[in-house]
Design a protein around this ligand. Structure first.
Ligand SMILES: [Zn+2]
Ligand SMILES: [Zn+2]
Length: 452
C-alpha cells in the first residue's frame, strides 16, 4: 500500500491534524518538521488527484470522491479550493475538527510553554530539557490506530511533544536544551483534557576545603546513639550526639543563599572528632538540592560562611564542581599523603638523649616502610575488619618534657595515627609503643596537610 492509499484510508475514518499525519510517516524524509511533512503529503496527493481529474483518461468517480475526502474530512485548504474551482459539490462544514490522535494539542502549544515559563520564573538555570508523562488513554488510542493502519514509521506522541515544546521554549526563554545534563527538567503530565508541570532541578555541586580549628566536633552530623535521632533526655531532645559539626556549621548559609531544599556534605575522608584539620584544609563537596539560585558569588559566600563559623571552621577555595568529582574525591582520599602532628605522652620518663636514640630507631624502623594495621576496635562498628598495609613517608620528633613529645608524621591516607602510636594492643605493627618498649599515647592530633 502506498502512502497515498494509506492516507485516504485514514481520512475515510478519522480526522487527524497535519502534525499527526506527518508524525505517522516520520520515518520517511528527514530534515523537516512533522507539520511540513503532513502538509506536503496532503498537497502532493491533492495535486495527483487534480491532475487525474483534469486528464480525460483518469477522470472517474474515485478521483472526485478522494478529492472530496481531502476537502471534507482532512479540511485541507488546497483540496477545498480545487473542489470550488472545478465546481464540484462537497459539504463545507466550518466546524473545527478535533484530531483523533492529539485532540489538537499540537495545533497550539503556547498554553504549555506559557505555564512552563511561569514555573521557571525566578529560577537560575543555563539549560533545560522537556520530558512528558503521557496519560494511558493517549498511548492506547495511538497504539490501536497504528495497528489498524499498519503504521510502522511513526514518531511517538511524546518525542514530538518534547521536541516541539522544547523548540518553542528555547526561543522564548533564550536557553539551550541539554540532553545529558540539564539544569532543569520540565516534566509535563499530559492527558487530553488537562496537564500539570513538575520541575526537576539538578543539584548544584560546590567544591571547597575546610579547616577545623577546634577539637570536639565531628565532620558530619551524628544521630544520638541512644535514641537514633528521635530525641531523648540524653541528647536534650536534639536527636544529635554532638551539638554541632563541620557540616552543620557551613551548610545553612549555602542553603539560604541558593534557596535549596537541603544539602549533602561529601568529604575527602574525615578526621576524628578530637583531631583538628589545619593547613590548607580538607577537600569537600557540597551537594545543594533543588537550588532556586545557582549562579552564586562564591567569593562572597565564602566570606559569609567564615564570618558565621569563625574560630571553629574556615572554608576556602570554593569552586563549582560536579557529581563525578564527588566520587573522585572519595576514592582519591585513600591515595593521598597526609601530614600529622601528634602530641605524645609516655608513662615512662626519659632523658633527651634517650629520646634522640628513640627517634633514630623510629626513623630506621618505620620511614620508607609499610606497617600492617588491623581495623581498630574503636571503628570496627563501621569499617570492615581487615589488615591494611600503610606506608610511612616521613617522621620527625621533638622532646618537650621527659614524658611528653611532639611528632610529625607523613603517611599514606587512611592510616590510623593514634593506633600507630599506641599499637592498639598489637593490632598495629610496627608501632611507636612497640619500638619504645613502654606504652605511649596520642594526647592531641592535628592534620597539617593533605597532598592531593
Ligand atoms: Zn494531532
Ligand atoms: Zn537522644
Amino acid at each position: 500500500m502506498t502512502i497515498n492509499e494509506k492516507v485516504l484510508e485514514i481520512y475515510h475514518d478519522y480526522y487527524i491534524c497535519p502534525h499527526c499525519l506527518g508524525r505517522m510517516f516520520s520515518l520517511y524524509a528527514t530534515n523537516t518538521t512533522n507539520l511540513e511533512r503532513g502538509n506536503s503529503i496532503l498537497l502532493a496527493l491533492t495535486m495527483q488527484l487534480h491532475e487525474n481529474y483534469l486528464s480525460i483518461n483518469e477522470k472517474n468517480d474515485d478521483t472526485v470522491n478522494h478529492l472530496r475526502l481531502l476537502a471534507e474530512k482532512a479540511k485541507f485548504v488546497p483540496a477545498i479550493k480545487v473542489m470550488e474551482k472545478e465546481g464540484l459539490n462537497f459539504d463545507n462544514e466550518i466546524t473545527e475538527p478535533s484530531c483523533y490522535l492529539c485532540d489538537n494539542i499540537f495545533s497550539d502549544l503556547t498554553k504549555y510553554t506559557l505555564e512552563a515559563i511561569r514555573k521557571l520564573e525566578n529560577l537560575d538555570y543555563e539549560s533545560f530539557l522537556v520530558g512528558t508523562n503521557l496519560n494511558g488513554k493517549i498511548i492506547n488510542k495511538e497504539d490501536e490506530f497504528k495497528v489498524r493502519f499498519k503504521i510502522l514509521g511513526a514518531e511517538s506522541f511524546k518525542s514530538h511533544f518534547n521536541r516541539e515544546v522544547g523548540k518553542l521554549l528555547s526561543t522564548q526563554i533564550k536557553k539551550s536544551t541539554d540532553f545529558a545534563n540539564p539544569d532543569i527538567t520540565i516534566i509535563f503530565s499530559l492527558s487530553f483534557d488537562s496537564f500539570s508541570i513538575n520541575l526537576v532541578i539538578r543539584s548544584l555541586f560546590i567544591y571547597g576545603r575546610y579547616n577545623k580549628l577546634i577539637r570536639g566536633i565531628p565532620q558530619t552530623h551524628w544521630d544520638c546513639r541512644r535514641c537514633k535521632g528521635m530525641g531523648c533526655v540524653n541528647c536534650n531532645y536534639t536527636g544529635k550526639q554532638h551539638q554541632t559539626s563541620v557540616e552543620e556549621l557551613i551548610i545553612p548559609e549555602f542553603i539560604k543563599v541558593s534557596k535549596s531544599t537541603g544539602a549533602k556534605f561529601h568529604g575527602a575522608g574525615r578526621e576524628d572528632i578530637d583531631v583538628r584539620m589545619l593547613g590548607k584544609g580538607r577537600p569537600f563537596i557540597l551537594e545543594l538540592q533543588n537550588p532556586v539560585l545557582r549562579l552564586l558569588n562564591l567569593e562572597n559566600l565564602e566570606k559569609r560562611v567564615n564570618k558565621i563559623t569563625k574560630k571553629k571552621v574556615k572554608i576556602r577555595d570554593l569552586q563549582f564542581s560536579n557529581k563525578n568529582n564527588v566520587i573522585s574525591i572519595k576514592t582519591n582520599a585513600e591515595n593521598t599523603k597526609k601530614l600529622y602532628k601528634a602530641l605524645v605522652q609516655s608513662e615512662k620518663r626519659i632523658t633527651k638523649s634517650q629520646f634522640n636514640e628513640f627517634l633514630i630507631l623510629l626513623e630506621n624502623q618505620l620511614v620508607g616502610k609499610k606497617l600492617s594495621q588491623r581495623t581498630p576496635e574503636r571503628v570496627s562498628h563501621r569499617r570492615a575488619d581487615k589488615v591494611r598495609q600503610k606506608y610511612i613517608y616521613e617522621l620527625n620528633g621533638r622532646f618537650l618534657k621527659s614524658n611528653l613529645f611532639e611528632f610529625t608524621v607523613k603517611t599514606q591516607g587512611g592510616t590510623y595515627i593514634k593506633e600507630l602510636i599506641n599499637g592498639d594492643k598489637g593490632r598495629t605493627t610496627n608501632s611507636f609503643t612497640e619500638l619504645f618498649g613502654a606504652p605511649l599515647i596520642c594526647k592531641e592530633l592535628d592534620v597539617l596537610h593533605i597532598d592531593i
